[in-house]
Design a protein around this ligand. Structure first.
Ligand SMILES: C[S@@+](CC[C@H](N)C(=O)[O-])C[C@H]1O[C@@H](n2cnc3c(N)ncnc32)[C@H](O)[C@@H]1O
Length: 271
């Protein structure tokens, strides 16, 4: 399900994330790159690389003599990632990496662990492919997936009123993974159980800014969680929903810029 949805909406995802990165709003991902401690010539694996937004900073950290390999399950994401990046990309499941052990100096993962039904297996795979002393660092949404900001909640209300919950294919059960990724102690235990030493979990505050409610609606409807549900609607229905969402948000938030607070957890450990 995730590979399909992300693949079909890869372009909207990339433009949203690239704009947020340009505004310095993806602080969690920036912190994870720092925590990897990469050097010129390092070999780094980018798990769930998506459209390759992290691959740029990773590439810059390892220089021309280094290696960046991005892996993802969504062909649409990999197609975007491989356009002119200088990194390598392959279709692979984070939970079943087709890679030899002891191969990488660093393993990065930007906002993808929370899509893994078996988090323990994903972490164990990350450790397996690291060389001894290599570093793992990952960002995931924080402080907890259940916490949504007011603007997202409003949009969710509008989408839910139009699209029945069972209208689209069901994603895999992520309850176990999300429960671990909601609590610092459980994240630390999961890192330890996977054999990662010097485990740490930091909360990095972030915020997203939108020039108007219309701008917010445009971006959020293309975001995977909305886009997935909206696929059940005809184009005219989708357009009607977009207009309704804009009207609702303008009525409640006014017509000016919208600032959406948020945060990312950043997990790290050493093999
Ligand atoms: C929210 S995006 C994150 C993309 C990028 N790393 C970033 O920092 O924004 C999550 C990505 O994880 C990928 N993904 C989800 N489950 C996966 C799995 N089991 N194996 C590989 N990729 C997966 C999705 O296809 C998607 O591209």
């Amino acid at each position: 399900v995730f590979a399909g949805v992300f693949g079909r909406h890869a372009s909207a995802y990339r433009s949203r994330l690239a704009a947020a990165a340009a505004r310095g709003e993806v602080r969690g991902r920036a912190r994870l790159v720092e925590l990897l401690g990469l050097r010129a010539g390092s070999r780094v694996l980018d798990l769930g690389c998506g459209p390759g937004v992290l691959s740029g900073p990773l590439r810059a950290a390892v220089g021309p003599g280094g290696l960046v390999l991005g892996v993802d399950l969504a062909p649409g994401m990999l197609a975007l990632a491989s356009t002119g990046s200088g990194s390598s990309f392959a279709r692979m499941d984070i939970e079943r990496l087709g890679l030899a052990g002891d191969s990488f100096d660093g393993v990065a993962c930007g906002h993808a662990l929370h899509f893994c039904p078996d988090l323990g297996r994903a972490l164990a795979e990350a450790r397996r492919v690291l060389r001894p002393g290599g570093r793992f660092a990952a960002s995931v949404p924080g402080p907890g997936p259940a916490v949504v900001d007011a603007a997202s909640r409003l949009l969710d209300e509008v989408v839910s009123a139009r699209v029945p919950a069972n209208a689209a294919e069901r994603p895999p059960d992520l309850a176990g993974t999300l429960a671990v990724l909601a609590e610092r102690d459980r994240m630390l235990s999961a890192l330890g159980a996977a054999g990662l030493r010097e485990a740490s979990v930091e909360l990095v505050e972030e915020r997203s800014t939108y020039s108007t409610p219309d701008d917010l609606v445009e971006h959020r409807l293309g975001w995977w969680s909305c886009a997935w549900r909206l696929e059940a609607l005809a184009t005219t229905e989708r357009e009607a929903l977009r207009e309704e969402a804009v009207r609702t948000l303008r009525a409640r938030l006014g017509g000016g810029p919208v600032v959406v607070p948020g945060a990312s957890w950043v997990l790290s450990g050493t093999r």
